[in-house]
Design a protein around this ligand. Structure first.
Ligand code: ADP
Length: 551
């Protein structure tokens, strides 16, 4: 027997409709690519997005067609999103930090018909236009005058200014009316785990993810919040903020292309921001800027940090110096992206700040709608004892079931869980902690060593700027850890200083077999250490402990 409730497809156009109907005058503030701060409301955004939808329909865009965006966080970018999604086309977010070859591969693989872009990326498109045969039109998120400054005649054939399209088209356009399982967004994994693969979100998955992130133990946003969305819309949908903010009518602040400490601080203060979200490096830049300029934070209450592990120093600085709460989060493109958050349970909340720290450093607990398990390499369950490592697997209505065009084949186990490629522990309170990526974990004598744990401790050495640990082939143990350190400017050090620093903080058999000082630790497109490249650079490296090489 089926229930007798109304059939109301969960499509994301209803989110912007809600914002425009009930919070029409709430602002979206952007530091624009052209420079000035621009203010607009949810009411205006819906009207302008509908005009853009009509422009797309006029260009023959049909449901299921891929329309890409290559743009910074801005109100115009939001308009493009809803214009695309509202008519059942697929919004494909492109990460401009990828290499040109990767971007071209992704655009061609997705068969994007139109690209919305910022002035910033026009040179990339001019240079690579001939490599993008499926792309029929480029729409630059700007006005005709600014477009003229970059797209000199003939250089970017057929480029249009979004403002002209908004002026030329009417705002009468019916959104939605299709199945909630309709594809809505497409985002490729950044390729740190191999060839980029497309994650194809549905309207339903985005809608449910929005509701889940609004739980108070997740992001807990309200209409009273002012949210600075630093995490890019091209990085797993800005962790859902461009859905969850209009869903509750929160004021939204968009940093555009400027994410340095001074620019972020200025927006936090002038706009009265209460909540923000970004990867650790953004906060490191902000904290460094505030220390240098002795600046303060007067309105910010909470920041969600994820994408890579949050160093303790960031949590302490925010808490001790600025009274801001840090919530550590874990997720991935395949999980829409929020999977776990380290919001406290009652027993953890009752502890002192210092006693809470080990839990704040963990990636946290799953909200309802997310199921987790830990397994060994053969699928056997690992206990939730806080020390047993296992492959982290995840299941739920906003977790990828397969990649776009079936790339990579079946990706779920027999019980429908997706293998995250992360290695983790889960403690008896329910906090998950990432100990490594499965391919980075160092397998020494049949046991696993966490490269992340060693590098996090080594990075805390006063002379260290950045540290990375990789497994290097060893004749007796299969692999042994090698520690690479990039020192702070002007510092010199001996390997023994770092080994001494690690001594007592990790198990003896985890001690790196060698320490190498390097000028550069490469980072990938989402700001994470590029271990693949480091492994290539150190291929064949002979550890001092590997001299008894078996012939
Ligand atoms: P990619 O997998 O292509 O690098 P994602 O942005 O999807 O791009 O990255 C997801 C991965 O980032 C996770 O699988 C995990 O390894 C890592 N990650 C995300 N959040 C955290 C975190 N809080 N701590 C440690 N690692 C994290």
């Amino acid at each position: 027997m089926l229930g007798l409730m109304q059939d109301w497809p969960l499509t994301v156009d209803k989110i912007l409709d809600h914002a425009a109907d009930w919070h029409a005058n709430r602002e979206v503030v952007t530091r624009s690519v052209e420079g000035p701060i621009v203010r607009i409301t949810y009411g205006e955004i819906r009207d302008r997005a509908k005009r853009l939808s009509n422009a797309l329909l006029g260009f023959g865009v049909r449901p299921g067609d891929r329309v890409a965006t290559l743009a910074w966080n801005s109100a115009r970018h939001i308009e493009a999103w809803y214009a695309i999604m509202g008519i059942g086309a697929v919004c494909h977010t492109l990460n401009p930090r990828l290499f040109a070859d990767q971007l071209c591969y992704i655009i061609n693989h997705a068969q994007d018909r139109i690209i919305f872009t910022d002035l910033t990326f026009v040179p990339f498109l001019i240079e690579n236009r001939h490599r993008l045969p499926t792309v029929e039109r480029i729409i630059v998120l700007t006005d005709a005058d600014h477009l003229r400054t970059v797209a000199i005649e003939g250089a970017l054939e057929g480029a249009l200014a979004s403002e002209s399209l908004i002026d030329e088209n009417g705002g009468d356009c019916a959104w939605g009316g299709f199945n909630e399982q309709t594809a809505c967004g497409l985002c490729y994994t950044s390729g740190t785990t191999g060839h980029p693969k497309g994650v194809l979100y549905s309207h339903r998955s985005n809608f449910l993810h929005t509701l889940v992130t609004l739980q108070s133990d997740v992001m807990g946003l309200s209409v009273r919040d002012t949210v600075l969305a630093v995490v890019p819309m091209f990085h797993a949908n800005a962790w859902g903020l461009t859905f969850s903010c209009p869903a509750v009518g929160a004021k939204l602040v968009m940093p555009g292309p400027k994410m340095d400490g001074a620019s972020i601080h200025e927006l936090l203060e002038t706009e009265g921001v209460t909540f923000s979200a970004a990867v650790p490096t953004v906060w490191q830049m902000l904290l460094a800027h505030m220390r240098e300029t002795k600046a303060t934070l007067t309105t910010l209450k909470r920041v969600v940090i994820g994408g890579s592990a949050v160093p303790e120093a960031i949590i302490r600085a925010f808490h001790d110096d600025y009274g801001v709460e840090v919530v550590h989060a874990w997720g991935m493109t395949e999980t829409s992206p929020l999977g776990t958050l380290s919001t406290p349970t009652p027993e953890i909340a009752a502890l002192s700040f210092d006693e809470q720290m080990p839990y704040k450093l963990k990636q946290g607990r799953p909200p309802v709608g997310v199921q987790l398990k830990l397994t060994d390499d053969h699928g056997g369950l690992k206990p939730r004892d806080g020390t047993s490592f296992g492959r982290l697997k995840i299941r739920g209505p906003f977790i990828a079931g397969e990649y776009f065009k079936g790339e990579g084949g079946g990706i779920l186990d027999d019980d429908g869980y997706f293998d995250t490629g992360d290695v983790a522990t889960i403690d008896p309170v329910g906090y998950m902690q990432i100990t490594d990526r499965a391919k980075d974990v160092i397998k020494s004598g049949g046991e696993w060593i966490s490269s992340i744990e060693i590098e996090n401790i080594a990075a805390g050495h006063p002379k260290a700027f950045l540290a990375a640990v990789i497994g290097v082939t060893h004749p007796k143990w299969d692999e042994r850890p090698l520690l690479l350190v990039k020192l702070k400017d002007g510092e010199t050090a001996e390997p023994a200083e770092f080994l001494h620093f690690l001594d007592g903080k990790i198990a003896k058999w985890w001690m790196p077999d060698d320490v190498v000082f390097v000028d550069d630790i490469p980072l990938g497109a989402t700001g994470k250490i590029d271990k693949k490249l480091i492994r290539q650079r150190f291929e064949g490296y002979l550890l001092p402990t590997a001299t008894a090489r078996v012939i």
